[in-house]
Design a protein around this ligand. Sequence first.
Ligand code: SME
Length: 162
Amino acid sequence: MAESLAVSGSTRKDQYTSLLPQLKALVEGETDKWAALGNIMSAIKYGMNFFWVGLYVVKNNELVLSSFQGTVACTRIAFGKGVCGHCWKEKKIIIVDNVDLFAGHIACSSESKSEIVLPVFDKKGEVAMVFDVDSEHLAHFSQTDEKYLKEVVLIIEKIINA
Ligand code: SME
């Protein structure tokens, strides 16, 4: 396992390209899924310098806060509520350029201005988790983030469905 990460590149694409192989190496051979998922959250938060990166797990018909890096956050989100609950209900990736313009957005921190939220699926194709990445900048996420964070979701799915 790598002891530290060094992300290089001036564009987001280059940074993800630098980070992803290191991320895979970081979790390779780790059999404890929570240890691996915790490190993934840290690698993305600090490697990409995002405001908040974390997972909400589907438990008893609500989303419950799980591994994350960043400021303290809401612990429970109901089905269909907020950006995360919406992602769960619709089973689709959501990019929010301005959280103040998303009806029902749940503000865990007033510093968070934009976010991208991705569903993580179990073996049956049901949403098992929601992967949430927040920025303190408006419109910080694009199709580039979607493309590479989808690759991160594949790594997460491999871990949780092993
Ligand atoms: N903003 C999210 C809640 C989670 S926090 O941002 C960490 C939402 O509206 O679902």
